[in-house]
Design a protein around this ligand. Structure first.
Ligand SMILES: Nc1nc2c(ncn2[C@@H]2O[C@H](COP(=O)(O)OP(=O)(O)OP(=O)(O)O)[C@@H](O)[C@H]2O)c(=O)[nH]1
Ligand SMILES: [Mg+2]
Length: 327
């Protein structure tokens, strides 16, 4: 079966695993009448179900301290598994495999081994789509005082530079910037500020993406996702080893787990694939998209319908490479 590889990128505690969980868990309720279905393999389903239970119980006594659900591999990067989902029409055999890579954010620290660093670099080279999870309070509070420390934008830029300098440049790539824990900034209609902060906070990375060899093949979008919902930042506690504690409270005492917009990255991803399919050029790693959507007219219609639900405004912005999303 055709495969698409997607990386969840970001340092520890920013929200990679919760984003993956919410994307999977909310797909069915968000897809509505569109004839698409996402089916996890058994292992992925079991692990994500456990994360979901953690997330829901976290909300029962919500005082989120970053990283309570830290992803830990049993032994080194080789032991990490893919989260695999089949995508296809409802009730039918899937026709595309979405392979998500999630890893422990400690691979971004100076404790990382050579193997772990190589693993990160290879991930970026091999992935068709990369989701950068962003810890929004670090980016937004106190003029982004903790952004460098928590989100490590310079290191992320260097990772891309290392990876792309050795790969064959002109294949299209999609980079999704997904601010997590962002409820406060969307509620207060500070979405313009969130956009500005992302542009500024990742300034050097965007500058790199705009260089001649990359500007025509990289598409960047901003998709703020509330992976828990019904919570809001309540206070910032004193730092411990330079790392702050952001506390959140529920919006109401009986508020329940209710992620918002968690399917949006998938909508953008499918819009990108559809656009590639509609293009007549040959695209190396992406040539499979022609077969995937070319044979099945109904599937193509479903993908088209789903992609038309991409939000714009309210914090959702195409930051670069709009032509890769025109359908
Ligand atoms: N306020 C708020 N907090 C959230 C939300 N989603 C996740 N969190 C908090 O963010 C913490 C970190 O999320 P994870 O998904 O475990 O982070 P990670 O990037 O996978 O971290 P590692 O596995 O250590 O690399 C969680 O423990 C939650 O407390 C959200 O939508 N809103
Ligand atoms: Mg994790």
């Amino acid at each position: 079966m055709h495969e698409l590889q997607i990386t969840m990128l970001g340092p520890s505690g920013v929200g990679k695993t919760t984003l993956l969980t919410a994307m999977y868990e909310q797909f069915e309720s968000n897809v509505g009448s569109v004839d698409l279905q996402l089916t996890p393999d058994e292992d992925s389903s079991t692990i994500l179900q456990d994360t979901l239970i953690d997330l829901k119980s976290l909300l029962d006594s919500f005082e989120a301290k970053g990283g309570v659900l830290n992803t830990e591999p049993p032994a080194g990067p080789d032991s990490l598994r893919f989260f695999t989902f089949g995508l296809g029409k409802k009730g039918k055999k899937p026709s595309l495999t979405l392979k998500f890579r999630d890893y422990p954010g400690i691979y971004h620290t100076k404790k990382a081994t050579t193997d772990e660093k190589k693993f990160l670099r290879d991930l970026i080279v091999e992935s068709h789509v990369i989701l950068i999870a962003i810890d929004s309070p670090s980016l937004m509070e106190q003029n982004g005082r903790y952004h460098e420390k928590i989100n490590r934008p310079q290191q992320i830029k260097d990772l891309f530079k290392n990876a792309y300098s050795t790969s064959d440049g002109n294949e299209p790539k999609m980079i999704i910037f997904a601010p997590i824990k962002c409820e406060k900034y969307l509620k207060k209609k500070l979405d313009g500020e969130l956009e500005d902060a992302v542009k500024q906070g990742y300034h050097d990375l965007f500058e790199y993406f705009r260089t001649d060899s990359l500007s025509n093949c990289i598409s960047c979008v901003l998709t703020p996702v509330q992976t828990v919902g019904n919570v809001v930042l309540s206070r910032i506690e004193a730092e411990e080893n330079g790392v702050p504690h952001f506390s959140f409270r529920k919006t109401r005492h009986d508020a329940k787990y209710a992620p918002k917009d968690s399917e949006q990255p998938l909508r953008y991803l499918l819009r990108f694939l559809l656009r590639i399919h509609l293009d007549s050029r040959k695209w190396g790693k992406f040539n499979f998209v022609r077969d995937w959507l070319g044979i099945d007219r109904h599937l193509k219609t479903a993908v088209d319908e789903f992609s038309r639900g991409c939000k714009t405004g309210d914090g959702f912005v195409i930051l670069q490479g709009e032509n890769w999303l025109k359908i």
